[in-house]
Write a protein that binds this ligand. Sequence first.
Ligand code: FPP
Length: 242
Amino acid sequence: MSSAPASSVAVGDGAAVPRHVAIIMDGNGRWAARRHLPRVAGHRAGMEAVRRAIRGAGTLGIGALTLFAFSSENWRRPAEEVGDLMGLMRFYLKREIDELDRNNVRLRLIGDWRRFDPDLVRDLDGAVARLSGNSGLLLTIALNYGAQDELVRAVRKVMAEGLAPESVDTAAIEARLDTHGLPPLDLMIRTSGEARLSNFLLWQAAYAELLFIDTLWPDFDAADLERAVAEFGRRERRYGGR
Ligand code: FPP
């Protein structure tokens, strides 16, 4: 990822559309609790919201969409919930892969996801390979992802490659992040009213616009995404200048 400014694109009426949007999909548990449903019902409904977000991103002309699906801290949840989330991911890949392909979506994964169960890793590898020839929306799913862990892994690569300390600069770190090659992050959205980054894309968010909205993730729809893009268009980005 380069931190070059002016990454958004102007379309139609000239309003800026973010090239790269990341979403912290929060509030599945609260959505379920309000309905007296088990947490897994919230995650299942969250999966439908993922579908809407992907479609909406395509419609709005967003080039890259990055979703925080499982954090490196989510292992602390009860084993049953972790198992439910893994099961949902398997189900999602099987059910959605054809539609993703039809819609020309490319898939990328970030995080230490190879630590998942071997059969899920195989399914994930298969999905990435299947969609690798596409040229449309670049969908990135963060799995077993933590930004601090990503930075530690990048620093380890720098050291393992024996780089001279004076040659280590921001470009050297960026080239070794999981997100290397993705467009600069323009907009980070977190749902459910919480206003923190929770170890998501900390480096990449350096100049991103942050948007915290009250909608619980399972209720997130095309209109929420449109409003977020409109709000992004109203922000003035200065990158430290004036
Ligand atoms: C946060 O809500 C959400 C998660 C930890 C998981 C996100 C997973 C999905 C949206 C479904 C699967 C996704 C894919 C890509 C197949 P929370 O449980 O922390 O909610 P709470 O804060 O209200 O308890």
